[in-house]
Write a protein that binds this ligand. Structure first.
Ligand SMILES: Nc1nc2c(ncn2[C@@H]2O[C@H](COP(=O)(O)OP(=O)(O)OP(=O)(O)O)[C@@H](O)[C@H]2O)c(=O)[nH]1
Ligand SMILES: [Mg+2]
Length: 342
């Protein structure tokens, strides 16, 4: 595809409301690469919502570039794109080394060959990363605590999980354990009402662990299958806030010694490799059992999950691809790598 042909694509893409500054910069500076890789999370969304043939049709739009022979300039652009996707240095280096090694052997290597190599590396790195969630019927309730830094998407994810469980015929209850942020109660109340999910909440400023206790207690009394605890956003560097999380754990263990059975870190997928350190500190504090990566829609970054998985080997249960209840999907390595590399 010539740069003339790319102009309308780039013009439309730059106006997309979901794009952040990084995305816009990437589109302006590397239009060819954007066409090949930049919109991959949009494709990811389409791919997992629809099916593979639809996805291939989307990729078909940039098929010219996909089929083009690589040269030094395209390799450099590719390197830039991989770094800005935030896979982390190790994975990016591995992908580039494998592509360059093949290119040294065969100068006729095409974009599609590079994509195949990138895809193979990611599949290898993400082996075992797919968490599959099915409530354990022997636990009444099974307790899922959602943790993470401010604004990661915990409350939205709690609502989406409860909705999903109810769609699958399970009885879910939400616990409003964010008693710290003034508007938190109103937000989760609105979700509970909209989705018709039971909610246990208290006043702003109440003890979060007491709300967690009340939620699990109510769930036991009313026969709920799953209790989803939404917690306040906290910076992993604030020791006393991390202590509060441990307290939530200790208090619900008075009702069930194994609870919370799942301690999932909710990570804003567009925030990049900084989230690896966040994840490490949360993991040390509470022993994470899973990850949920949000906001994979509307970003051309989103590779952070690769770095976190590589560092901690904690499975990714769900990915968030929008703000609606149905915009939470089980994580699929295949859909992820296909969205990235075709
Ligand atoms: N586009 C998009 N937006 C999301 C997604 N998940 C959450 N959001 C939005 O991100 C913003 C923050 O989400 P919340 O669920 O309030 O995040 P939180 O972690 O509970 O925030 P605090 O309680 O303040 O720490 C909201 O505007 C959500 O609608 C997602 O997967 N995609
Ligand atoms: Mg919240």
């Amino acid at each position: 595809m010539s740069s003339q042909d790319l102009k309308p694509v780039v013009k439309t893409a730059r106006k997309h409301p979901c794009l952040n500054i990084m995305d816009r910069a990437c589109i302006s500076n590397f239009p060819q690469t954007y066409a090949m890789f930049g919109s991959f999370f949009q494709k990811f969304k389409e791919t997992i919502r629809k099916n593979t043939p639809t996805f291939q049709k989307i990729f078909g739009k940039v098929g010219g570039l996909f089929a083009a022979k690589l040269d030094t300039a395209t390799l450099d652009e590719l390197e830039e794109a991989l770094y800005s996707a935030d896979f982390g240095v190790e994975t990016t280096t591995e992908i580039l080394e494998e592509i360059r090694a093949d290119y040294r052997k065969d100068k006729g290597l095409r974009g599609q060959d590079a994509a195949r190599i990138g895809s193979a590396v990611l599949n290898r790195v993400l082996e075992g990363a797919e968490g599959r969630y099915e409530p354990d019927a022997s636990r009444k309730p099974e307790v899922i605590a959602l943790l993470g830094v401010n604004g990661a998407g915990k409350t939205t994810t709690a609502a989406k999980i409860a909705w999903r469980l109810q769609q699958d015929g399970h009885k879910a209850i939400l616990g409003a354990c964010d008693t710290f942020r003034a508007a938190a109660n109103a937000q989760i109340h609105a979700w509970a009402e909209k989705l018709k999910v039971e909610l246990v909440a208290s006043q702003h400023g109440a003890d979060a662990a007491a709300v967690a206790y009340d939620t699990v207690h109510a769930a036991q009394a009313r026969g709920h299958d799953v209790a989803v605890l939404d917690t306040a956003g906290r910076l992993h560097t604030k020791g006393h806030l991390m202590e509060e999380l441990k307290k939530i754990g200790r208090v619900v263990q008075k009702l069930d010694s194994m609870a919370p059975h799942h301690r999932w870190l909710v990570v804003d997928g567009s925030l990049g490799v900084n989230s690896i350190e966040q994840a490490r500190v949360f993991h040390e504090a509470v022993g994470l059992t899973g990850l949920v990566i949000t906001k994979l829609d509307g970003t051309s970054r989103g590779g952070a999950l690769v770095g976190i998985y590589r560092a901690l080997h904690i499975p990714v249960y769900f990915v968030g691809i929008g703000e609606q209840p149905e915009d939470l999907q089980p994580f699929s390595v295949q859909a992820y790598t296909e969205a990235l590399f075709g």
